[in-house]
Write a protein that binds this ligand. Structure first.
Ligand code: EPU
Length: 417
C-alpha cells in the first residue's frame, strides 16, 4: 500500500536546509555517460526515486551502477543493448533521453513510445525532427520507436519550434559525436542544460553558446569518462523557499544557486517575502499573510512551470485574487481539486487559474497526482488548520530526497507512515 505523509499545520518554519543536485540534470547526465566506455562518476546525486529508475534503464542497456551516498559510479561497457523498454519509460518518461545518446554511440535505438501523463499529452515530435535533421530515421511499430542512423549522424541546422528541454538535450547528445557542426536554434536555456554541456565539455565535447538561444556543437571523434558534480536543484530550493513563505517562517536554503531562481524570487518578493541571497545560499522570511500576485509560467528564465503548484498553494491563502497562467502543459491544474478540498477557492478556465485567497485552509486527506503538486499539497498542509494526510507519496519521492526529514528539521509537525 502507498505510504502517506501526515502534516499538522502550525508555526513558522525556521532553520537551515541543504539541497542536492538537480533531478532534471542528473537524469540526463546518467545517460550522457553511455556515449563512452569506461568508469564515470557523478557527485551531488540526490537520493530520489527517478535516479533509481534511471539506474534500471542504464543496467538494462548494459552499464553497471554503484551508488554510495550521493556519489554514483557508472561503468559503461564496450557493447550496449540500445533499448529502453515500456515498463521503464512508463515509470519515467525522461527515459526517452536515451534516443540521442544511443543513436550517437550505437547507430540505433529502440525506445517504447511514451504516452501522455498527468501533466498533458507531452509529444516527442520535436525530438524526432531534430534527430531526423541529423540523418536519423524512425519507425513506430507496436508501440516501439526504432531509430537508426544508416549513414551515421551528421551535423545540421536544427530549428526547434519551441525551446523544448528534452528535444534540446536529445539534439545536443546526438550532435556531440556527429560528423561536422550542428547549430540548435531556439534552444532551451535552462541551467540544467548548461550543466549537461559542462559535463560534456569535461568529457571532451566541443560546445559553445549553451545558456543562449543558439547552441553550436562541433562533432568530435572521442570522449573520455570524467567525474562531474551535479548543479544544485533550483526546484528543490524553490520548494523550500515557498515552505518558508507559506508558514511565515525564516529559512536559509544552503548549497543552491539563487541566480537560477530569479523570476521565482521576484514573485516571492511581490507576495511580501523578505529575501537575502549570497552565491550559494538564500534566506526567505515569509509574511504573516501573502499578497496576491499574478504569475505566468514560461521557459527559463521565465517562471518555472514546476514551481507553479507550490506558488498556487501559497496564493490560495493570499489577501486578494491572483491569476496564474500555465503556458507549458495542457493539464497542469488537475491538483486544484485537492486544494479545494482543503478550502481553497480556485477557478480554472483552460490555462488560467483564478485563485481567490481565503483566510485559512483546513487539513484533510488529499492525493498527490504528480511530483510538484504532491509537494504543493504538503506545503498547503503546513498552513492548514489540523491534520492533512497526503497519499501518492511515491510521486514526491521521485523528486525530493527525504522531504519529510528536511521539513521536520525546520520545525514542521510532519511524519510518514
Ligand atoms: N513538447 C512538444 N513536443 C516535443 C517536446 C515538447 O510539444 O517534442 C511540449 C510538451 O508537450 C510540453 C512543452 O513542450 O507542453 C515543454 O516540454 P519540454 O520538452 O520542455 O519538457 P520535458 O523535457 O519533457 C523537462 C522536465 C520537466 C519540466 C519541463 C519544462 C525533465 C526530466 N523534465 O521536461 O520536469 O516541467 O522540462 O521545464 O527534465 C518535473 O521535474 O517535475 C518535470 C515535469
Amino acid at each position: 500500500m502507498d505510504e502517506a505523509i501526515r502534516v499538522v499545520g502550525g508555526g513558522p518554519l525556521e532553520g537551515e536546509v541543504r539541497v542536492l543536485g538537480a533531478k532534471n540534470a542528473v537524469l540526463k547526465q546518467m545517460v550522457t555517460v553511455l556515449m563512452v566506455e569506461g568508469r564515470h562518476t557523478l557527485t551531488n546525486v540526490p537520493g530520489i526515486l527517478d535516479v533509481s529508475i534511471m539506474q534500471e534503464v542504464l543496467e538494462h542497456v548494459g552499464a553497471t551502477c554503484v551508488r554510495e551516498g550521493n556519489t554514483l559510479r557508472v561503468d559503461v561497457p564496450s557493447e550496449l543493448n540500445p533499448e529502453a523498454p515500456l515498463d521503464l519509460v512508463r515509470r519515467m518518461r525522461a527515459s526517452t533521453i536515451v534516443l540521442g545518446s544511443l543513436l550517437a554511440r550505437c547507430g540505433e535505438a529502440r525506445v517504447a513510445f511514451p504516452g501522455g501523463d498527468d501533466l498533458g499529452a507531452r509529444p516527442i515530435d520535436l525530438h524526432m525532427k531534430a534527430l531526423e535533421a541529423m540523418g536519423a530515421e524512425f519507425s513506430l511499430d507496436h508501440g516501439v520507436l526504432t531509430g537508426s542512423a544508416p549513414g551515421g549522424l551528421r551535423g545540421a541546422e536544427i530549428d526547434l519550434e519551441f525551446p523544448s528541454v528534452g528535444a534540446t538535450e536529445n539534439a545536443l547528445l546526438a550532435a556531440v559525436l556527429a560528423r561536422g557542426t550542428s547549430r540548435i536554434h531556439n534552444a532551451a536555456r535552462e541551467p540544467e542544460i548548461r550543466d549537461i554541456c559542462c559535463q560534456l565539455r569535461e568529457m571532451g565535447a566541443d560546445i559553445d553558446g549553451d545558456g543562449t538561444a543558439t547552441i553550436t556543437v562541433n562533432g568530435v571523434e572521442d570522449l573520455q569518462p570524467v567525474a562531474h558534480r551535479v548543479v544544485p536543484d533550483r526546484l528543490e530550493a524553490g520548494t523550500y523557499a515557498v515552505a518558508a513563505a507559506i508558514s511565515g517562517g525564516n529559512v536559509v536554503v544552503q548549497d543552491c544557486v539563487p541566480e537560477h531562481l530569479r523570476m521565482e524570487l521576484v514573485k516571492l518578493e511581490a507576495v511580501g517575502c523578505e529575501i537575502e541571497t549570497g552565491g550559494d545560499w538564500m534566506r526567505i522570511v515569509g509574511p504573516d499573510r501573502p499578497r496576491a500576485v499574478d504569475v505566468a509560467t514560461l521557459p527559463y528564465p521565465g517562471f518555472h512551470t514546476d514551481m507553479q503548484p507550490q506558488m498556487v498553494a501559497l496564493l490560495s491563502i493570499a489577501d486578494g485574487t491572483s491569476v496564474v497562467t500555465e503556458n507549458l502543459y495542457d493539464a497542469r491544474f488537475r491538483y486544484v481539486g485537492e486544494l479545494a478540498r482543503m478550502g481553497a477557492d480556485i477557478g480554472v478556465e483552460w490555462q488560467h487559474a483564478v485563485v481567490r485567497g481565503v483566510e485559512g485552509l483546513s487539513g484533510c486527506p488529499v492525493i498527490a497526482p504528480d511530483i510538484r503538486a504532491g509537494a504543493a499539497l504538503v506545503l498547503a498542509g503546513l498552513r492548514a488548520d489540523g491534520e492533512t494526510t497526503v497519499t501518492g507519496v511515491s510521486h514526491i519521492d521521485r523528486g525530493y530526497e527525504d522531504f519529510v526529514g528536511r521539513l521536520s528539521s525546520l520545525g514542521a509537525d510532519i511524519s510518514r507512515s
